[in-house]
Write a protein that binds this ligand. Sequence first.
Ligand code: MG
Length: 392
Amino acid sequence: MKSISILGSTGSIGCNTLKTVEHLQDFRVVALGAGKNIEKLAEQVARFQPELVACESEECAEELLRRLSESNSAIPKILVGEAGLIAVATHEKAETIVSATVGAVGFVPTLRALEAGKRVALANKETLVMAGELMTKAARASGAEILPVDSEHNALHQCLRGESAAEVKRLILTASGGPFRTKTRAAIENATREEALNHPNWKMGDKITIDSATLMNKGLEVIEAHWLFGFSADEISVIVHPQSVVHSMIEMVDGSVIAQLGVTDMKHAIQYALTFPTRKPGCLEPLDFRKFSTLTFEEPDLEKFPCLALAYKALKIGGTMPAVLNAANEIAVQEFLDNRIRLSDIPRIIESVMNNHAAQAVSSLEIVLETDLWARAKAKEFLTASVSSAGS
Ligand code: MG
């Protein structure tokens, strides 16, 4: 029996991880970290009986305690805030940490897990975008493994098994293209929250679904791939593949292309990350090729989706610039979800913040956190300016 901790247990990846754990039956859940979805967290605690639980605030902890007492469930140790998430990420019994919080909140806990030498099944791509250098350095120093749960990177990890990096010419990330692939620029400009949240292939959380609609998700994944596999921006391509059957590919120096295919369900990538280097029977229906008589591929339109170009630019500049891209994007996406800006304002705000930033080397955690705060504050300044100019 192996032991795991989950950061972000009530989110989409967290819930799928728990389903995968139930299917595999050889993992024990020792710690769960969540935000404020206490109803779901209480259900998970009652079912999996972890030793430690972290939630967002004291009020959340009180509600959790009340719900667990009412259902006569065993009461675990309960901690709050970032200290709680760090305790979950570094729990002494946990060999594997699933890092699945959304956005920057998982950053420090994930770094601590890597420093502690844990296997990290990484779904939180923002962590690598903000500070890939620190994360990979910490992993090398402690001997920690990073197993990607993001479906494209999980596919690349599978394609690269047994291959020599020197014989790989480029990584090819596939992108579904999101709900606006065939729409005009004007339609994207005026897209509603509901249209943007209507992803054609994947069911995911709100933030990543908006990132998929702007193609920022693919941009963040290019940066993530750079840090996971050590390829440069010029050696990582993106191809739009609306059916999402090919999860990603690698092209070898001799021209041969190796692809990983599968159904669009994150449980496959989660199970691979948990059981690597072995494979266990899965819980999903096999891929039915009769349903996919045509697989198509097209170039991404960088004019229609400037976020992807901004991410390449941030990776090429390097240093703290990807952290700026990520922070400005998080603020802009939240504003869009709250119906305060248009979808097309997201890349405009990010570009303005990037243009105001002089990138520096990512030499410490403090520099990353300072840059993150700076970029968030700057993004809010541009928001105030653009909202007041729109209102005038
Ligand atoms: Mg992905």
